[in-house]
Design a protein around this ligand. Structure first.
Ligand code: AMP
Length: 536
């Protein structure tokens, strides 16, 4: 027998309805690529989303159809998040940094019928048009003056907005994101209305984004990557002010943060690093943010320290496209006030604790049936389950989870007795030396603390006696001077002696994936002929 409460399918349109009703005049500011600025508010976002839903229907789109966006962060992209879902469609946020073959594959695989894009990506559209036979309509968010492409504002402007959201089951899909695909073709993860709403609600916890209605958020994490960490939805629920920038120039971001009273921001470590470098070169203080969310890659210790010294709470988050993406977030722990500054930094350098809704466990790397203790020491393959974790990739024939419902993340980590996750590596990158595991990520992070190191990447190379030994590839900071011995000496008191790299190689460049992470696969390929002295 059911209980007797009201039906309220968890659909994402509730988010924009709520925001427009309860925080209708809260501003949404956009700084466009051409330097111009527009201001709307949550009521305006909803109004335009209704018109977009109508305009899509007028093109003949139906429930379940896919609409792609190839766009940076701005208010019209936000409108599309709600308008596409509101007409029952599925928004496919395409990462413009993907390689041509991947772009071809994902748009065709998703069966996108309409593509909404930024003028900055016109060259991609021109290059791909013939390879995307299923895309029937191209609409430009910000057409340059005088161009003959169809512009978003004038297109939705033909509608009167008298539209009712298309309803349906809360398990209907509303968004699809493809993983960046370090091996094989990218895989599609289809988020549902329900999973999205639950994920966003969970993101509002004080232990996660900690938004209040006075929060002003400038998300640097792109809206095309892992649903921008769910921020547009969580922000709508809390009725916060958003400040978007369609370009990621630190000078622009800095100026916007100060002028618009930004309290919160979120981005991958490289974004924060670029901001530090900008402030240092201009002799400026860091912006007075209340909270900085850092995720996507491990937040280095020096970054956390600097932000915390600036009075900014650091929310170090772990997640992946497959997990909507938030899995864990680091915030003040139970005994926070008793910790020294150093201890607080140490704790924040770990990846935080699971937010309500997801469960984590680690299993033995060689025997996945063996669940490992949460003892703060034993590292293993990290698995996760919960309502916003992928069950099956889009169009896949088999589930992506174990029989008992756990998704294997491909990450390696340690769980601590207080629930804190400490990520140590990717399963494919962890280095096995003499039967013991070495964390390539820990070595990289430690090396990144060296004043002369701009970037470091560590991979295991074949060794005749130990199987694999770590080799560290380093890019020197411009004008900085350091040698291999100096780096090894620097690492000596930071990692176990037997972890110290067998070689440190200085390089001009380290390959990255389309989402800005170090691509170990490409690094290994690039140095396929590399041999350690012992193996030569
Ligand atoms: P993506 O699906 O592209 O967002 O990539 C997800 C992967 O990024 C995870 O499986 C981790 O390997 C990595 N990642 C995400 N957040 C963190 C973090 N805070 N620390 C270390 N690695 C992270």
């Amino acid at each position: 027998m059911l209980g007797a409460m009201q039906d309220w399918p968890m659909r994402v349109t509730h988010v924009v309805d709520h925001a427009a009703r309860e925080a209708g005049t809260r501003e949404i500011v956009t700084r466009w690529a051409d330097g111009s600025e527009t201001r709307t508010d949550w009521a305006g976002i909803r109004r335009d989303a209704l018109k977009l839903a109508q305009a899509l229907q007028a093109l003949g789109l139906e429930k379940g159809d896919k609409v792609a966006s190839l766009a940076m962060n701005h208010s019209r992209h936000l409108v599309s998040w709600f308008g596409v879902a509101g007409m029952g469609g599925v928004l496919h946020t395409v990462n413009p940094r993907l390689f041509e073959d991947q772009l071809e594959y994902i748009v065709n695989h998703a069966e996108d019928r309409v593509l909404l894009y930024d003028a900055a990506f016109q060259p991609i559209v021109d290059m791909m048009r013939d390879r995307w036979p299923g895309v029937e309509h191209y609409i430009c968010y910000d057409p340059p003056e005088g161009s003959d492409v169809r512009g978003f504002e004038s297109w939705i402007g033909e509608q009167d907005g008298a539209f009712e959201w298309v309803g349906g089951d809360e398990r209907d899909p509303c968004m699809i994101c493809y993983t960046s695909g370090t091996t094989g073709n990218p895989k599609g993860v289809q988020y549902e209305h329900r999973s999205t709403v639950m994920h966003a609600l969970a993101g509002l916890q004080p232990a996660a984004f900690n938004f209040s209605s006075s929060s002003v958020m400038l998300p640097v994490v792109p809206m095309f990557h892992a649903a921008s960490w769910g921020l547009p939805y969580a922000g709508g629920m809390a009725g916060i002010k958003f400040v978007f920038s369609a370009i990621n120039d630190p000078a622009v971001l800095h100026e916007l943060m100060l002028r618009e009273g930004v309290t919160d921001s979120a981005g991958v470590p490289t974004v924060w690093l670029a901001h530090f470098q900008y402030c240092d070169s201009e002799g400026l203080d860091l912006p007075p943010l209340k909270a900085a969310t850092i995720g996507g890659s491990a937040a280095p210790r020096f970054m956390i320290e600097r932000l915390m010294k600036n009075g900014t709470r650091v929310q170090h988050a772990w997640g992946m496209t497959e997990t909507s993406p938030i899995g864990t977030v680091g915030g003040p722990s139970g005994n926070w006030d008793e910790l020294s500054f150093e201890e607080k930094v140490d704790k924040t350098a770990k990846q935080g604790r699971a937010i309500f809704g997801v469960e984590l466990r680690t299993v033995d790397l060689d025997d996945p049936t063996k669940v490992l203790p949460r003892d703060g020491e034993t590292s293993g393959a990290l698995q996760i389950r919960g309502p916003w974790v992928v069950k099956r990739y889009f169009k896949a024939e088999e589930d992506a989870v174990t029989e008992d419902g756990w998704f294997d993340t491909g990450d390696v980590g340690i769980l601590h007795p207080d629930g804190t996750l400490q990520l140590t590596d990717r399963t494919k990158d962890v280095i096995k030396s003499g039967g013991e595991w070495i964390s390539s990520v820990e070595l990289e992070n430690a090396a990144m603390g060296h004043p002369a190191v701009a970037e470091a990447a560590c991979v295991g190379m074949y060794h005749p006696k130990w199987d694999e030994r770590p080799v560290l590839f380093v890019i020197r900071k411009p004008g900085a001077d350091c040698d291999a011995q100096g780096i090894t000496a620097f690492l000596a008191d930071k990692v176990a002696k037997w972890w110290l790299p067998d070689a440190v190689e200085f390089v001009e460049d380290i390959p990255h994936t389309a989402t800005g992470k170090i691509s170990k696969k490409d690094l290994r390929e690039r140095h396929a002929d590399y041999a350690l002295p012992e193996a030569r």
